[in-house]
Ligand binder design. Structure first.
Ligand code: TYD
Length: 217
């Protein structure tokens, strides 16, 4: 089964797209487990508390994200082993992009996350920070009613986006999706790309062959 990560800056629509993708996979007969980082566990909750502060030490928070992820991975692997498709909203790529944008050395971030297996496929929802912030503050958005987290500032999100775009060039698992389009168009784009991979896997299965995703990505 596939381990899929959705990445992108705040306001890029990961949550909505992840839910739609999971329900599409279920309609196709797959079991789908939807999850997210930071998690709802104790460490994840602690992280959310610190995210409300402006000057929390970025190295300390990077370590907390890694600790949260270490627990999260156990959960992810057990779902994958019991034949679920797993979709996570954010994974260690978020740590590289966000804590990297705060000046933390990316090699060090990779090292403290080296226990985390790569996702099979990453959909990176690309959007201009200005547009993402507009979405987050729009009157119809539920986010309007909640406290703003310190990471949701335009200049900062610009640096985060630059990091993501760099990863997209360097990592073949990264699929860049234009997230400025409508919810429906973005979802169609993701489904089209994932659909190709699923058909490939099914074909290989029929032939009794081991799947080599690298051939497709
Ligand atoms: P997220 O759950 O996407 O935000 P929300 O619930 O508000 O939609 O993530 C919370 C914030 O945490 C987001 O600004 C990105 C940040 N983050 C990191 O900085 N590093 C990480 O490793 C992860 C997983 C998230």
């Amino acid at each position: 089964m596939l381990f899929i990560a959705l990445e992108g800056i705040d306001g890029s629509g990961k949550g909505t797209q992840a839910k739609l993708l999971c329900s599409w996979l279920r309609d196709k007969g797959y079991s789908c487990y939807l999850t997210a980082e930071p998690t709802d566990n104790n460490i994840g909750r602690l992280i959310r508390k610190y995210l409300k502060e402006d000057n929390f030490d970025p190295r300390a928070i990077a370590l907390l994200f890694a600790a949260d992820r270490s627990l999260h991975i156990k959960d992810i692997l057990s779902k994958l082993h019991s034949d679920n498709m797993v979709i996570t909203e954010r994974y260690f790529y978020s740590s590289l992009a966000y804590q990297g944008a705060l000046g933390i050395n990316i090699d060090w971030l990779e090292e403290i996350n080296s226990f985390a297996p790569e996702a099979d496929i990453v959909f990176y929802l690309d959007i201009e920070p200005e547009e993402a912030i507009k979405r987050m503050t729009s009157l119809s958005s539920f986010r309007n009613t909640r406290e703003k987290e310190s990471y949701e500032k335009e200049e900062f999100l610009r640096r985060v986006r630059q990091n993501y775009l760099k990863f997209a060039e360097e990592r073949e698992k990264f699929n860049v999706i234009d997230a400025s389009k409508s919810i429906r168009e973005v979802q169609t784009d993701i489904r089209r790309r994932l659909g190709r991979i699923l058909s490939f896997i099914e074909e290989e299965k029929k032939k009794g062959r081991q799947t080599r995703l690298e051939d497709l990505l």
